[in-house]
Design a protein around this ligand. Structure first.
Ligand SMILES: C[S@@+](CC[C@H](N)C(=O)[O-])C[C@H]1O[C@@H](n2cnc3c(N)ncnc32)[C@H](O)[C@@H]1O
Length: 254
């Protein structure tokens, strides 16, 4: 049972707190070649995805499209969705006019038919969502039976243990972190959940968990980022899930 102990932003549906439009260029430039994204998160997602040639893949929260581009280079047919028009504009620049890119809030119904995709990837986006239920139900719906969702997000042990004041680990809570981007400080709001709330959310949406991964960074980064590399080798940072739609299962009860 998930316990939420955060004061909602408003009585109704909370607004999406983080306005990527306002720092899209700066975020995208930072993400391109840094340790966390380029030498740790992206290679790990690609390794978990394996051979994607010929697969139809939904990149949910695609941002400026670096993972979409890498998947496409490996032969996948990629559709990108994101809630930020600014990030999608950069993805369009990277991927070209023919790329399938859509402005979609992941808390809403997805504009795709049932079973459209073989895989979905969700890189560093689930931790922006308080309630994973509607999003996971939609991702499951648009995946074919046997399809996979591969997701990365802030590791719950890092998000709870390294931050002060330390909250109740078993509660779902939000916290704000200041990001230094493009010469200014941007407050970013994240949701942290205990590990069991994450696995429960996947299974409640009808997924079967096939891997929970805590990968190491790409060894090529050792010389480029010696200090941070050692930190990343020895501390939790992101957690990765591969979950699958059972090959023949009926839709879960709603
Ligand atoms: C940390 S960035 C990661 C971008 C990309 N996946 C990557 O790894 O380069 C998070 C992305 O999630 C998007 N995002 C956050 N909340 C969202 C929501 N509710 N619906 C759709 N996109 C959202 C942001 O606009 C942003 O592009």
């Amino acid at each position: 049972m998930e316990r939420i102990s955060d004061v909602p932003e408003s009585a109704g549906r909370p607004a999406r707190a983080n306005d990527y439009d306002s720092f899209a260029e700066a975020y995208s430039a930072e993400n391109e070649n840094n340790l966390l994204n380029a030498y740790y998160e992206r290679p790990a997602m690609l390794a978990l995805a394996g051979d994607v040639a010929g697969r139809r893949i939904l990149d949910a929260g695609c941002g400026s499209g670096p993972l979409s581009a890498a998947l496409r280079d490996r032969g996948a047919e990629v559709t990108g969705i994101d809630g930020s028009a600014g990030m999608l504009e950069l993805a369009r620049r990277r991927l070209g006019d023919e790329a399938a890119l859509h402005l979609v809030d992941l808390r809403d119904r997805l504009p795709f038919d049932d079973g459209t995709f073989d895989d979905a990837v969700a890189s560093l986006v689930l931790h922006y969502l308080q309630d994973w239920g509607p999003t996971l139900a939609e991702l499951r719906r648009v995946l074919r039976p046997g399809g996979r969702l591969i997701a990365s997000l802030d590791h719950p042990f890092g998000a709870y243990v390294y931050r002060d004041p330390r909250p109740d680990y078993f509660a779902t809570t939000s916290y704000t972190q200041d990001w230094e981007l493009g010469g200014r400080s941007v407050p970013m709001r994240f949701w942290r959940k205990p590990l069991h709330a994450m696995t429960d959310a996947f299974t409640a949406a009808g997924f079967r968990i096939s891997a929970i991964s805590e990968p190491q960074p790409d060894p090529a980064a050792r010389e480029l980022f010696p200090d941070d590399f050692h930190d990343l080798m020895t501390k939790t940072c992101f957690v990765f899930f591969v979950v699958e739609v059972p090959p023949t299962a009926a839709s879960p009860e709603v």
